[in-house]
Design a protein around this ligand. Structure first.
Ligand code: DOR
Ligand code: ZN
Length: 349
């Protein structure tokens, strides 16, 4: 039975282990949303140009710290973007820094700002060896870019062609299979060794691919990896609420200006940072698993990244809350998930 209206739950403040904060005006617009809900976030490096060196990550981190709301304790956890030019020396520097926590692999051409990515992981073995040696996690956008592969199969095919061989070749490398969307990915992670984990977004827990076509094409429900069938959503929900520490929260909240999504060739990305925790709570509540929410948002990810658990707490109340049609983002509008609709949980500090 889902919780009754008015129910309150208290939980440890958590971490968003996969977040797009962008830069400039967009950063200033979106950061307060995340900082109100999470203590820390793994920040994606797919800026234009991408964050590829420790020096660039340090500068980006300073820009994020400067954009925080006053008094906010939010801490950005930085990542580097894996390019063909990422050497073992870069990895050693990243390891020596206090603030770079992982390296992100985007298959070149797979998604937003991925052009600088790596075509083939097999060409990066010396860099991956260094990551294994220095114990720096590899974060994987797990989709093949092969135009002959059906867009709904790209994650599954990536798993067979790239990820499974990678985890066999580098058994000590910590790997996060990011924003998983299929039951094949869920089964793979559950069965893999302990250093393989996965993030799951709130939107993949709450929507299936019908949401992209509900009454007409819905560009604000287009993300990558694309939403899948209901049977996959149910398996993701089962994994997220299973209490298995290999599955933890990473929103992949991805802000794009309204006109770039409502476009003949719209960008991929769903913005959820305004209500990430409430959306996760709704998903967990739908299967009567609110008791599993705290570990999913505040323990499993921190343990994987070897970070101390956060100590402050927050509360959620089951209560309808209206979502605005849009937020402003510099001179642009940003359309959030559930725009003009309602959330079923409210955060109360
Ligand atoms: O939907 C997505 N948006 N998927 C990604 O992999 C990238 C992200 C973005 O940066 O907009
Ligand atoms: Zn992402």
């Amino acid at each position: 039975m889902p919780a009754a209206p008015g129910t309150e739950i208290a939980l440890r403040i958590g971490d968003d282990m996969h977040l797009h904060l962008r830069d400039g005006a967009a950063l200033h617009a979106v950061l307060p949303h995340t900082a109100a809900q999470f203590q820390r976030a793994i920040v994606m490096p797919n800026l234009k140009p991408p964050v590829t060196t420790v020096v660039e990550a340090a500068a980006y981190r300073e820009r994020i710290l400067a954009a925080r709301p006053s008094e906010s304790p939010f801490e950005p956890l930085m990542t580097l973007y894996l390019t063909p030019a990422t050497t073992a020396a870069t990895i050693e520097k990243a390891h020596a820094s206090e603030f770079v926590h992982a390296v992100k692999f985007y298959p070149a051409g797979a998604t937003t700002n991925s052009d600088a990515g790596v075509v083939n992981l097999a060409s990066m073995y010396s860099t991956l060896e260094a990551m294994e040696k220095f114990d720096l996690p590899l974060l994987v956008h797990g989709e093949v870019v092969d135009a002959n592969v059906d867009v709904f199969d790209r994650e599954r095919v990536f798993l067979d062609r790239e990820l499974e061989p990678l985890t066999r070749r580098f058994p000590q490398l910590r790997v996060v299979f990011e924003h998983i969307t299929t039951h094949e990915a869920t089964d793979f992670v559950a069965g893999a060794h302990a250093r393989v984990a996965a993030t799951i977004t709130a939107h993949h827990l709450l929507m299936n691919r019908n949401a992209i076509f509900a009454g007409g094409v819905r560009p604000h429900h287009y993300c990558l990896p694309v939403l899948k069938r209901e049977e996959h959503r149910l398996r993701l929900l089962a994994a997220a609420t299973s209490g298995n520490p290999k599955f933890f929260a990473g929103t992949d909240s991805a802000p794009h200006a309204r006109h770039t999504k409502e476009n003949a060739c719209g960008c991929a990305g769903i913005y959820t940072a305004h209500a990430a925790l409430e959306l996760y709570a709704e998903a967990f509540d739908s299967v009567d698993a609110l008791d599993k929410l705290e570990a999913f948002v505040a323990e499993f990810g921190a343990r994987f990244y070897r970070l101390p658990l956060n100590t402050s707490r927050l509360r959620l109340r089951k209560e309808a809350v209206a979502v605005p049609q849009s937020f402003s983002m510099g001179d642009d509008a940003l359309v959030p998930m559930r725009a003009g609709g309602a959330l079923t949980w409210r955060m109360v500090r």
